[in-house]
Design a protein around this ligand. Sequence first.
Ligand SMILES: O=C1O[C@H](COP(=O)(O)O)[C@@H](O)[C@H](O)[C@H]1O
Length: 263
Amino acid sequence: MPQAKVFSFASTDDVSHALDKFLEDASRESIARSGKFTIAFSGGSLPATASKYLQHNTKIDFTRWHVFFADERCVKHNDADSNFKLVKDELLDKLASDGKIPANQVHSISESLVNDSEKAASDYQQKIAQVFAVIGDDNSQSTVLPEFDCILLGIGPDGHTCSLFPGFPQLDEKVKWVTHIDNSPKPPPSRITLTLPVVNNARKVAFVVTGAGKRTTIRDIVDKRDLSLPAARVAMSVDPVYWFVDDAAAQDLDVVKPSEFKL
Ligand SMILES: O=C1O[C@H](COP(=O)(O)O)[C@@H](O)[C@H](O)[C@H]1O
């Protein structure tokens, strides 16, 4: 299993720069290969960090992007807790009008189902299936485990990632691509989340974490590989798992310094 690759930068601003370059390369590569770029965003602090330079990047063909959410809170789209709202406010609405991501390529939770997280999760799985459907020679349609081009993840101080929390059964889900939780230890309680089989099947996964508050957690994930921490269970078979962190968060870790930043 490839090791984690930790890129550490002096400031959050430098993290945003590096992430912009990472996404530009990943997007170009995927569009050349398949005509589209499928990306899942997490919520929390990540969208603002990711968007800072990305929103101005004119080398990226955003019209080919399909945006999903690594996890989502079961709330309406305009709720302050909505990860969709966060990504919309931080990125989607800020893109130049001639380079916007078409609305039908932004795959958000169905608002009509936010009071039933289980239904919302299976509905979201269907939405993913429609984009990743494989069309056979005989025009038949089948779906295999989706392979996102890129999934951007955050972590909580408890080591959670997506809405996969330590000690919760969602962590062991092997069949569903999207599952639900109604007793999240972090509010709001009802959420839907990608499962580990989907996260670990992505072409690229990048964690984006800044601040000294998560330093010990990162060390326990990256160095100690403490598998009780959900983020430590993210592991790719070919690529390393990338970490874009600031120096405050990376203290004590074996990191790739900015001068050696190469993907
Ligand atoms: O609840 C959530 O928390 C995590 C971490 O958020 P952060 O604000 O500490 O960066 C986030 O990755 C996840 O998407 C979100 O729903």
